[in-house]
Design a protein around this ligand. Structure first.
Ligand SMILES: [Zn+2]
Length: 211
């Protein structure tokens, strides 16, 4: 804990004073460019990866970067946050960002080994990415299964996003785009899903421009 408190003291020195005018501007409101949905994993740091400032990313984090399907009678914190981002803040983009070596996706591939984590086991047992990947790649190695499950899970969550009425309405109005990413923290690379090629390509190689 000491290191964290020391960090707060350090932040209140130079890093805060450097952005003091930005923080005072943000006191009057926020207008983030994206809702960024990613994993709780400590190795994923959204503002670092995207080199964005306070005020630019509205963030949802949970284990496995999951978006529950919309259910009218069962509101979730994720659904409420999505609705606020899309209808109140009017974000033009939603990014679902999975990441390499995701423990939650490893768990999804080994649900029977999660008896000590019954809540995680129960939550992940509703997720379909691993089954889809096993069906499509019956002979894949364990490493490839994890990689493909991380990617497939991003696509499943994009499908789930489209069950939220606020998301489909905003897409129909032409004011919202959905994006699937996988961040590889060991190399710093980001792989972006292309609907055209139905595959993930390195942002380094594709030179992807992002509005
Ligand atoms: Zn993860």
């Amino acid at each position: 804990m000491d290191k964290i408190i020391r960090g707060v003291h350090e932040f209140q020195g130079h890093p805060f004073s450097e952005k003091e005018s930005l923080f005072s501007e943000l006191a009057s409101g926020q207008s983030p460019r994206s809702l960024f949905v990613t994993c709780s994993d400590s190795r994923v740091v959204p503002n670092l990866v995207t080199q964005t400032n306070p005020g630019e990313l509205f963030v949802i984090r949970n284990a496995g970067n999951l978006v529950p399907k919309y259910e009218q009678d069962q509101p979730t914190s994720e659904a409420a946050t999505i609705e606020y981002a899309v209808n109140a803040l009017k974000v033009p983009n939603i990014i679902i960002c999975g990441h390499s070596r995701c423990g939650a996706m490893g768990g999804l591939l080994a649900l029977d080994q999660l008896d000590a984590l019954p809540v995680v086991q129960s939550l992940l047992s509703k997720e379909t990415a691993a089954d889809r990947v096993r069906e499509k790649n019956p002979n894949a190695s364990a490493e490839d299964l994890l990689k493909y499950t991380i990617q497939e899970n991003v696509l499943v969550q994009i499908e789930n996003l489209k069950t939220h009425p606020c998301v489909t309405a905003a897409i129909d109005e032409g004011r919202l785009s959905l994006h699937g990413w996988v961040y590889q923290f060991e190399t710093g690379d980001v792989f972006i899903h292309s609907d055209r090629s139905s595959s993930f390509a390195s942002v380094r190689e594709s030179g992807e421009a992002f509005a």
